[in-house]
Design a protein around this ligand. Structure first.
Ligand SMILES: C[S@@+](CC[C@H](N)C(=O)[O-])C[C@H]1O[C@@H](n2cnc3c(N)ncnc32)[C@H](O)[C@@H]1O
Length: 196
């Protein structure tokens, strides 16, 4: 996987690996979950394995090539049945999902190996985050890996990092972990737990 290059023996894993650890703690077989940014399908595949045969994964991407790459990955593993692939923006997630979900994963930025100009944007990410906070169940978890710098720039990261500071602390616990001594803008992990 793209950033899972650190050795298993290392205790402090990168943000993507940490997001998988948190999500693994939360999701049980049979759960309904969301991948808000399907991309190359790695997180969708991870979620499809976690929820098992009776679970359901809703997986969104605005790029049809990302949806196709994700479909191919699932087909190879025989897991297409438990995944609903949706070629639409995650800020429309409420139009497709009924009821509450256990976890929602966001992996911001552009499609690795794709067009770097087609990436997540501050406004639609904020809108999607608001919808996610509505449809997540009590003690459910939203994870967001925030990429920035390089072709991603800083606008979305600055906007989201400011926005999450103002989320109602009575209803949600919000955590952000940053690597403070690394070079090249290492991604930040944001986790949001719904308290009630
Ligand atoms: C970093 S990649 C995701 C990587 C993916 N999670 C994986 O496991 O391979 C970000 C993806 O977000 C998609 N994206 C950008 N804006 C979006 C939006 N508004 N709604 C849904 N997906 C979006 C891009 O097309 C890109 O494929």
């Amino acid at each position: 996987m793209r950033l899972d290059s650190k050795k298993d023996t290392e205790i402090i894993k990168n943000s993507l690996a940490q997001s998988h650890e948190y999500v693994t703690m939360v999701v049980k077989e049979g759960d309904t979950v969301v991948d808000a940014t399907a991309g190359n399908g790695n997180d969708t595949l991870f979620l499809a394995r976690l929820v098992g045969e009776k679970g359901r994964v809703y997986s969104f991407d605005i790029q049809s090539c990302a949806i196709e790459r994700t479909r191919e990955k699932l087909e190879k593993e025989g897991l297409t049945e438990r995944v609903t692939l949706i070629n639409d923006s995650h800020h429309n997630m409420d139009l497709y999902i009924e009821g509450k979900v256990r976890t929602i994963m966001f992996n911001l930025g552009y499609l690795p190996g794709g067009d770097h100009n087609i990436d997540t944007k501050a406004d639609s990410t904020e809108e999607a985050l608001n919808k996610a906070m509505d449809i997540i169940e009590k003690n459910g978890l939203i994870s967001m890996v925030v990429y920035y710098g390089g072709d991603s720039g800083f606008d979305e990261k600055n906007h989201i990092m400011d926005y999450i500071k103002h989320i109602d602390s009575k209803r949600f616990t919000v955590m952000a972990t940053e690597f403070v001594n690394q070079v090249n803008c290492p991604p930040i992990l944001v986790c949001i737990e719904k308290l009630f």
